[in-house]
Design a protein around this ligand. Structure first.
Ligand code: CMP
Length: 139
């Protein structure tokens, strides 16, 4: 696919541990262009809206509590086939199951503290990018 975007989030644990710089170094060295970037501390309500696709699942409350527990870093990344390639690059949701060399294997700690989020489709990448960034914040 031609150049497209994906939305990534460095999750609270990884931000708190000071891992964001290393993670972005790996991301950019792998060929992703950062076209938007910001650090934010979501409210519980904002986290519920962002993860509304998971509403009703048993982990939804814990997930939105965690994602609103401290600052996160959101970024729009651009690259050919960005969504699919980035999901391979970050690895399985559960760091224990993630392949060696993936971001979640290297930096993840548990299913919830899995270091990073990546969009799961082009449609959701657009929705998620629009959640965090206006047109003026993209370069
Ligand atoms: P993420 O890619 O941000 O999308 C939803 C998140 O829910 C996922 O990463 C995990 O961190 C978190 N999560 C917590 N428990 C589960 C679970 N049982 N199954 C899937 N995701 C979970």
């Amino acid at each position: 696919m031609a150049n497209n975007i994906t939305l990534t989030i460095i999750k609270p644990y990884a931000v708190h541990e000071g891992l964001a710089g290393e993670i972005f170094d790996r991301i950019t060295k792998t060929g992703y262009k950062i076209i938007a970037l910001k650090q934010v501390h979501l409210t519980k309500k904002q986290a519920e809206i962002f993860y509304s696709v998971h509403k009703g699942k048993d982990f939804y409350d814990a997930l939105t509590d965690y994602m609103s527990s401290g600052p996160i870093i959101a970024s729009i990344l651009e690259k050919n086939n960005a969504v699919e390639d980035y999901r391979k690059f970050i690895g399985s949701t559960d760091p224990v199951k993630a392949k060696n060399g993936t971001l979640r294997k290297i930096y993840g700690f548990s299913l919830s503290k899995n270091a990073v989020h990546g969009s799961d489709s082009d449609k959701n990448a657009e929705i998620e990018a629009n959640f965090f960034f206006s047109g003026l914040e993209r370069y």
